[in-house]
Structure formats: structure tokens, C-alpha cells
Ligand binder design. Structure first.
Ligand SMILES: [Zn+2]
Length: 103
């Protein structure tokens, strides 16, 4: 689980706002204004629901963290396979060298 934000998927999800409400936007980047304590879309300037932005970012982070863990596991498996391949290559080279020495 991520150390920064933990998303509780077991609880009720916040109600999604309709596309017609003023705070729906498909753009990915946001601007957080400390002075007005508001969040708006960086691309179109539409005011956004801060909770929804936080939920989206937390969910994205949780998904990325899961993907990172999966990739780390794949790297570890690939590293083990490469180690085994290198071991077999060393053995094959040694056998070839011994066979050449006998002839
Ligand atoms: Zn926008």
C-alpha cells in the first residue's frame, strides 16, 4: 500500500457528479489556489470539486503503486531467469573448453 495516500475502496464511493454540473472536466492537470482554497482545471479554468480531484489522484496513485509492485516482481523474476541463463552459459563454455582440450 502506498505510504502517502491510502484509498479505502471498501467504503462508499462519493457520488459522481453529472457531466452537466459545473465541476466536471476531462482535463488531467489542475491548479490548486492556496489563496482561494479552490481547485480549477489548468486547461479550461473550470472550477473543480476538490474532493473529486483528491479522489481521482488518490485512486491513480494507488493504481500506480500496484503497478509498480507488479513491475518490481517481474523485474525480480527476469533477473532470476537471467542469472540462471548466465550460469548455464558459463557451464556450456566450460564443457566446450574441456571438449576442445581433449581433442
Ligand atoms: Zn478542463
Amino acid at each position: 500500500m502506498s505510504d502517502i495516500i491510502t484509498v479505502d475502496f471498501t467504503g462508499e464511493r462519493p457520488a459522481l457528479e453529472s457531466k452537466r454540473s459545473g465541476s466536471y472536466c476531462r482535463h488531467a492537470q489542475v491548479v490548486v489556489d492556496d489563496a482561494t482554497r479552490s481547485v480549477k482545471c489548468k486547461a479550461c479554468g473550470r472550477p473543480l470539486d476538490a474532493w473529486r480531484v483528491l479522489w481521482r489522484e488518490a485512486t491513480n496513485q494507488t493504481n500506480l503503486f500496484g503497478r509498480l509492485q507488479d513491475l518490481k516482481a517481474r523485474i525480480a523474476r527476469a533477473t532470476d531467469e537471467l542469472t540462471e541463463i548466465n550460469r548455464q552459459l558459463r557451464n556450456a563454455k566450460a564443457r566446450l573448453k574441456r571438449a576442445k582440450e581433449r581433442t
